[in-house]
Design a binder for this molecule. Sequence first.
Ligand code: ZN
Length: 420
Amino acid sequence: MNKPAALPRASVLITGAAQVLTCAADAPDFVGCIPGGEVALAGDTVLAVGSPHELRQRVALEGARVVPAHGGIVLPGFVDSHTHLVFAGSRVAEYSGRLRGESAAALAARGVPSGIRGTARLVREAGRRQLEDEARERLAHMLACGTTTVEAKSGYGLSTAQEIRILEVQAALAASQPVRVVSTLLAAHEFPEGVPREEYLREIVEDIIPEVARQRLAVFNDVYCDEGYYTVTESRRVLEAGLQHGLKAKIHTDAYSHIGGAALAAELRVVSADHLNHASDRDLAALRDAGVTGVVMPALDFAVAHAKPTPARRMLDLGLAVALATDMCPGCWLEAMSFVIQLACRHYAFRPEEALRAATLGGARALDLHERIGSLEPGKQADIAIFDLPSYEDLAYRFGRVRARTVLRAGEVVHEGAAP
Ligand SMILES: [Zn+2]
């Protein structure tokens, strides 16, 4: 008689949830909602997800450490796929000046640091320790709000030495705190003051990109393709140089104008095209056909009171893969992905399940990490957030409830908030 095969052994059991949301790619309801579900982990990996009955048939739970969900919801940790994490100081003076109706000229006359160049100046004046400590504090908030992966862009350096310094800070953060940090080179965020355009472009293509690739300081290479920033021709040059050095392409485009950046993104099959406020239906269809993920950042549109909100509902209806991200930066200071979900649902007509999916698996897709993270499926990384909420719809509904009860990264509990 054959002995029954031993069941795989779980090291951790997450139990007592109102709902487990797998966010699996093939979930017909978009979020894979399992009422009363449980999650079993083996080390840093998801072992099984299902009802308590199903789980006991598939895995051995004896000796597994129990992580209680306290009647809350259990979901994949948020994947925030677009941030400018490392910068110095803040631009609260610019933001509040604008709220009081001050013009850019008036702010400049008062010497208020404004825009990308304003932050670049603050970054140049800051020590490495300051840059690291300030970004670490933001990452701690992100983690407490349920985010387990953060994409971080350079771009406030605008010179070889400063761009590399920012990426080194990101590498140090990646190695010394629990949130996974995915680095993107964004030397082409702006043009530095007082340097001829062609000279800086040559520096990006001939110095920065090769050096960043050689030191493996970034996975992605990004460019700000918009009126007043990089033209389509310049953007192509920057992205193609990155691709030649093994850096995957991302693009900021069509945020404030329609100069052809989305068409370039489709042609180059970039991993993600971000913003897209002015993209046409034709652009969106081309991005969909090229397999590009569109990254939607409702909080940035909110922060700048954007005159042309992102056509995010159109993106969803046309079948484009969509990610939601914070765009955490000095112009949009936001750590909590749940606020992004709330804005996406109310302002951009996302259904709650579409928003949750875009904030998890969608974000993973925008980082080309969807095979490893973004959903709770056997074999994937055990990056998990537990919220004191009775249903996933409450993420869209309870505006101020942004902090997670418990967060796990790679199977380890890395954040525990007290019960209110
Ligand atoms: Zn950005």
